[in-house]
Design a protein. Structure first.
Lengths: 408, 295, 378
């Protein structure tokens, strides 16, 4: 067999080889940018695999639609827009490495945000520390705006806690006899999903509506039997789910299995998905959901977006796609107005411009406060007559709110 | 204070869940008995079977229960191959450690391939009777949960009869209890060990189908199962299939009841607390035979 | 048995030692000068990640290499170190590096009861506890949101708030390099000590070691606590560097499996084995990310690679390759310094060229037809 000395030598030699490999890996650097014929490179890290891959792909389609529509219209500042998309595997370590790579190595001109609140905060910190503008489509939880970021803007009408504002107003305006008196809340342990439910909870509790169940479940929960049993046993007038997609479906099915019939049921995200009705066996009647986007909105850019997106991908856009598109629109507005798009001083000009202006987007006109929080509210949709329709606010409604909701 | 109805409902849910735990823990016990192998990939195969059930329903329109016609023999074959081609070739000196590592690697591999084939999206079988339920003294029992429990119970009973009443079961028990003696009386222990692994993995196929009926599945779900299952086999003491079954029912029930005061997340910790407590104070487990001494 | 053949062997060793010292110095110089020739901050940050892996897998190797007990839960210990550091800074207001030291002690203290439960019985229960550790810590840190921040994450303030990001990377690169040097030095010292000898005896045959009077349980526990301490320290340093902690990523089973893969790949019996493994796997991960961006197969590849290493090269790929090279270049190599029991057994019973993976357990002479080892039956 081998002596220790030779073994050691061999290993150190291999270590040397590895170090050389590292050196070589470091040398493959891309050139800079800035010339007026170069495309404007927009760097994005998205969860294309892992836990957030489904919405991540929606966001990707939204960005791709934006790049295509922008380029078909002649590009930005006469330059074509080029996307550089990396996969962060739904992992915070990776998302940071991705933005380091995009900014430091690939030298992109603009960076925009990833998906999911959990990834937005670490990503935004990288952008902030390199002085880059950071417009993002998916960090809706209030924590995002409490980090002291100066370059961050959320490109959607409202943060999670404000999603149910119209519903809260509507319920509290009901005569005392009709108003729900008890509410059961169940929320996923996720800053966004919890934010929606707790935003409504705070407002209803302030209005004197009692909370009888307050459950938080981990994102990987698959069995909702016991949570549903608790909610059913409380006989609450109203159930509110702070849900993403599948957990909302599971909770509704578990509640139906227990034959629990509330007067009102509101769930975030899940009911707006195209597969929702089939997933819960078409027992959808009366379920409410907030939404920041509707394909039917008459804003000029939205008409163009829905039409061209449908032509490109074969089906109309959903909320994730629209948020990504909105992000693109915000960046485009700033770049056109300021007249530059590269790393360096330009970024601060872009930030200043967005801070001081209103941007017309597919989700309506957007403005932001000093923390980058948008100043709007979400619409409320309800399943009425087998399809999901806008019921609140009154000026935008398609049909009236159905309350109390029929049995499911 | 929770109402009586809620307690009763939780007890029923806990027992239904415990049935599935029991079936899966029985498979793990079997592997350990045969080869002292802690099969980390057991629950990954469980999720694989669940995916196959989901896939056959969603893509082929077949009732998920029918997918077992394929998955059970398939998993039996995989189990035999796994034992004969991989585990039996590890160096005996380091078998315990390396087999854990190898099955861990297989679990990660299955998870990765599932993610590649079906993406990380959560999936759920949409059955016409998905939200149907039966009433029992004021509690509601979902039909799908009842079917899942029935599947687990039938499989467990079959396994018990197979071990106790058949010639193969006799040979397998002999192999587990005293391999040298078994060889002396002419049992081909290698063959039997391979078949034992096949039977163990076939329980994962049944369990996976039962699981797919009523819960969401996603590739990394198996971590959610392997923790509780390992706790169950340690608490049960690794001696016998009945020991694992009792521990499974008990822990399933406790988990379900603890969810009422503690919520879903904290209730899961009961498994790990039971695991640490057992190892620290009674490493041989509470129902186990002599095998557990060397765990 | 002194013979003439030993005479030329001595200078060769001295030469080997010299070469070795030069090689180590060269590697150290390459590592230390890395920040000045790293072309951009991204490469520098990738370097920090790789060094972090190197420290973690070297720490892992205190348990894995000396005792042969394989832990899949060291990712959780690193996560715990990170959270302990972060929480001590955020909640207790300690200065960053005081918090780091305190966190290291906390993790080491935490490892005592865990090790007590896991190491009292022998074999698979240790692995099971190590996996359970990841799962339970994930549950606790996610659920105890009022204290840990839960899924909202925990933001650890920068220890040097004035530094620009590239400078921040540079400082932490040197800190990780220093930590790596300390970890390697301690491993080397243990390797040469009586303590290390006892640990290796446990690895080769725990029953025999025990019957010869080695306090096996105590030894195992001590080395586990040392390993946990280094792991916690590395995790804490990572937290100070990275800044954002999220339970899902801090307590990930994948981290632990990367560490095992790195150590096994490099060879658990060598001082520099885990370091080499970390360089290969760490650079490999980063390279594949840059080149192939969105491949969903990274998990499957990790699993496959781990399975291959376990099946065919349980002593490490690099030692296996080295042995192959040796056989061709120096067929008459004769100086035996340290031969493990397993190696001896292979040489004695298996085919002489050590063709061991193809050896079915049925042919093992100790009469274990089911592949159960002598160690476990006793």
């Amino acid at each position: 067999m081998t002596s220790r000395a030779t073994r050691g030598r061999r290993v150190t030699a291999t270590a040397l080889g590895a170090a050389v490999a590292l050196l070589l890996a470091g040398c493959g650097d891309d050139g800079g940018s800035g010339s007026s014929d170069d495309p404007i490179v927009v760097g994005i890290s998205l969860p294309l695999t892992g836990d957030f891959s489904e919405p991540g792909k929606g966001v990707q389609r939204g960005y791709e639609a934006w790049a295509k529509i922008t380029n078909d219209n002649g590009g930005l500042l006469g330059r074509q827009v080029e996307l550089k998309i990396l996969d962060d595997q739904s992992n915070a370590d990776r998302v940071v490495a991705d933005y380091e790579q995009l900014i430091g190595k690939d030298n992109v001109d603009i960076v925009v945000g990833p998906f999911s609140t959990r990834l937005v905060v670490p990503a935004a910190r990288v952008a902030e520390e390199y002085g880059m503008l950071f417009v993002e489509p998916a960090g809706a939880a209030k924590e995002v705006f409490a980090q002291g970021f100066k370059n961050l803007f959320y490109a959607a009408p409202a943060v999670a806690d404000d999603h149910y504002n119209h519903l809260a107003e509507y319920l509290l305006a009901l005569p005392p006899g009709q108003r729900p008196t008890t509410v059961a809340y169940a929320a996923m342990d996720d800053p966004f999903a919890q934010g929606t439910a707790y935003g409504l909870k705070a407002k209803l509790e302030a209005g004197g509506v009692r909370t009888v169940v307050d459950e938080v479940y981990p994102p990987n929960t698959t069995d909702f039997g016991t949570i549903a049993a608790k909610i059913a046993a409380s006989k609450a007038d109203m159930v509110v789910g702070g849900s993403q997609y599948q957990d909302g479906v599971n909770l509704i099915v578990a509640l139906q299995q227990l034959d629990y019939q509330p007067k009102l049921a509101a769930f975030s995200t899940a009911p707006t998905s195209p597969e929702f009705a089939a997933a819960i066996g078409n027992k959808t009647e009366g379920i409410l959901a907030p939404t920041g986007y509707t394909q039917k909105a008459s804003y000029p850019s939205n008409v163009e977006f829905v039409q061209k997106y449908t032509a490109q991908f074969g089906s109309p856009p959903e909320e994730d796609e629209a948020n990504a598109y909105t992000t693109g629109q915000v960046v485009a507005a700033a770049v056109s107005a300021v007249g530059c798009a590269e790393q360096g001083e330009c970024q601060q000009k872009l930030v200043d411009w967005i801070r001081g202006n209103k941007v017309e987007t597919v989700v309506g006109p957007l403005t932001w406060d000093a923390t980058g929080k948008p100043q709007g509210a979400h619409m409320i949709q309800q399943w009425v007559g087998g399809q999901i329709q806008i019921v609140l606010p009154t000026e935008a409604k398609e049909v009236d709110v159905v309350y109390p909701k029929p049995a499911w | 204070m929770p109402s009586g109805a809620l307690l009763f409902q939780s007890v029923i849910l806990g027992l239904l869940l415990g049935g599935l735990y029991a079936l899966l823990a029985a498979g793990l016990t079997l592997y350990f008995g045969i080869m002292r192998v802690v099969m980390i990939a057991h629950s990954a195969f469980l999720i694989l079977a669940a995916y196959l059930a989901w896939w056959s329903h969603a893509r082929l329109g077949v009732d998920p229960l029918l997918s077992m016609v394929v998955t059970v023999p398939l998993f039996f074959g995989l189990g035999v191959l796994l034992q004969r081609l991989l585990l039996a070739r590890l160096r005996p000196v380091t078998l315990t450690m390396m087999s854990v590592l190898l099955t861990f690697a297989i679990a990660v591999l299955i998870e990765g391939l599932l993610g590649y084939a079906f993406s990380g999206t959560q999936r759920r079988i949409q059955l016409g009777y998905g939200s149907a339920s039966l009433g029992l003294f004021g509690a509601r029992i979902a039909v799908v949960k009842l079917i899942a429990f029935g599947l687990a119970a039938v499989a467990l009973l079959t396994l018990y009869l197979l071990l106790k009443r058949t010639r193969f079961g006799w040979a397998l028990r002999a192999t587990i209890q005293h391999p040298d003696a078994a060889r002396l009386i002419g049992i081909d222990t290698d063959r039997i060990a391979g078949f034992g692994f096949g039977v163990g993995l076939a329980t994962a196929a049944v369990g996976g189908t039962a699981l797919a009926l009523d819960t969401t599945i996603y590739p990394s779900l198996h971590w959610h199962w392997i923790g509780p299952l390992m706790a169950i086999i340690v608490v049960g003491g690794l001696g016998s299939v009945p020991g694992a079954a009792v521990a499974a029912m008990l822990l399933g029930l406790v988990q379900s009841l603890l969810q009422i005061p503690l919520g879903t997340t904290w209730a899961q910790t009961v498994f790990y607390l039971a695991l640490f407590a057992t190892l620290a104070f009674r490493p041989q487990g509470f129902f186990g035979g002599r095998l557990a001494q060397r765990f | 048995m002194p013979s003439a053949s030993e005479l030329p062997a001595a200078p060769r060793h001295r030469l080997g030692g010299l070469f070795r010292a030069v090689a180590i110095l060269a590697v150290a110089a390459a590592v230390l000068s890395f920040p000045s020739w790293a072309p951009n901050p991204y490469i520098l940050s990738a370097g920090v990640v790789v060094l972090n892996y190197a420290v973690l897998s070297t720490s892992w190797n205190f348990v894995g290499g000396f005792t042969g007990y394989i832990s899949l839960g060291h990712g959780a210990l690193a996560g715990l170190g990170g959270y302990a550091t972060g929480l001590l800074v955020v909640r207790a207001g300690l200065p960053s590096f005081v918090a780091l030291a305190a966190a290291t002690l906390l993790v080491a203290a935490f490892a005592v009861p865990v090790g007590y439960a896991a190491l009292r019985v022998r074999g698979a229960s240790f692995v099971i506890v190590s996996i359970a550790l990841v799962l339970i810590l994930l549950l606790v840190f996610q659920s105890w949101a009022s204290f840990t921040g839960g899924s909202r994450g925990l933001v650890v303030p920068r220890p040097f708030p004035g530094l620009l990001r590239p400078e921040h990377h540079r400082v932490f690169f040197y800190l990780f390099a220093a930590l790596l040097a300390v970890a390697l030095l301690v491993w080397w010292l243990v390797d040469r000590s009586r303590f290390g000898l006892g640990l290796k005896a446990i690895r080769e045959d725990e029953d025999k070691a025990e019957s010869l009077g080695t306090p096996t349980f105590g030894y195992k526990l001590v080395v586990f606590v040392v390993s946990a301490g280094f792991t916690g320290l590395a995790g804490g340093l990572y937290a100070l560097w990275f800044g954002d902690l999220d339970p899902v990523f801090q307590f990930s089973i994948l981290t632990g499996s990367y560490l095992v893969l790195m150590a096994l790949l490099g060879g658990v019996r060598q001082l520099f084995g885990p370091l080499v493994g970390a360089l290969v796997v760490g650079i490999g991960l980063e390279y594949f990310k840059v080149e192939f961006g969105n491949t969903p197969l990274h998990l499957a590849a990790t699993g496959l690679l781990l399975a291959l290493v376990v099946m065919f090269m349980p002593d490490g790929v690099l030692p296996a390759l080295g042995a192959l090279v040796d056989r061709f270049l120096r067929p008459a190599q004769s100086s035996i310094r340290e031969v493990t029991a397993a190696e001896l057994r292979d040489r004695g019973s298996g085919p002489p060229e050590g063709d061991r993976p193809a050896d079915p357990p049925a042919s093992v002479p100790v009469g274990a037809p089911d592949g159960r080892s002598a160690e476990e039956r006793s």
